[in-house]
Write a protein of this length. Sequence first.
Length: 359
Amino acid sequence: MNEELEDLRKQIDAVDRTLLGLINDRARLAMQIAKVKADSGETGTYYRPDREANVLKSVLKHNQGPLSDEEMARLAREIMSACLALQQLLRIAFLGPSGTFTEEAAHKHFGRSIRTLAADSIDDVFREVESDNADYGIVPIENSTQGIVNSTLDMFLESALKIVGEVELQIRQHLISNAGEASEIDVLYSHQQSLAQCKRWLATNLPGVKCIPVYSNADAARRASDEPRAAAIAGEDAAETYRLPILRKNIQDAPSNTTRFLIIGKQETGQTGADKTTLLVSTPNKPGALFGLLQPLAENNVSMTRIESRPSHFVNWDYVFFLDLDGHVENPSVKDSLEALRAQAGLFKVLGSYPKAVL
């Protein structure tokens, strides 16, 4: 065998042993933290969104390659996830069934060392967390091509849960099937939104195939797994869950198609230096009312990154506004803005201050 090659492999073996020792050292420290907290009577969750966000930012700051920032962030998340599971196995509610993009986003944010709980609706995700059946929930809030998810906004009108984090997932739509070739496919199952996101590709590559909308891509994969000449549009998690080969990867029309998800829970989240604050406010229906709400932001040099309106559900033709602000609620400029807003808004509710998505 080539001596140089053999020497390089020995070096890799030595690095692997060092990594193994260091990872287990980290795990032992995590267990010691759990013991110190238990001895001091500290109860509740061990998960700290702000702490994890700062760890990830530090990893990316010091990454010199050749591994990409995205790959290093993924590895760091999995190590943190495994160590946290020694303290507390997190239960994460998501919009099911198993194999959806929402579950994929949960794994991206929390790692794989969690217990995922499939819920039938976004409402049920909130209820699972409110009833303490889940420690956290993850819900979609907006897609870069399809827009806002109104059912998520509506739940914040009645729920006391906080936004404690966010995660962005690039939606990679794949054609999956037990059929050997795309030419053998007679029927295609998919969520209506995915059909819209792959419309041009389908027209070009599967022009004669019958497309049947279903309520989730995971359900599409389940159906396709039972039919030899059927296919589905879904992500890698669904393909793995239902053991379907991927015939074509990345068939979405917009390569940068991305969905933003919110992490919901009961705790307050500390500052990280790169945070968002989300508000729910309403104002009387009169000239200049919305301008009056936004004016304190400009006066305090606070950037508003998003605004959405929804019916209030209380009075016909009254609306509430959801605002995303740049900064944490404890930042002086944000705090001053919120005090001015609270004084003039009919309804004022801080939904949460939380770390911005890291990759």
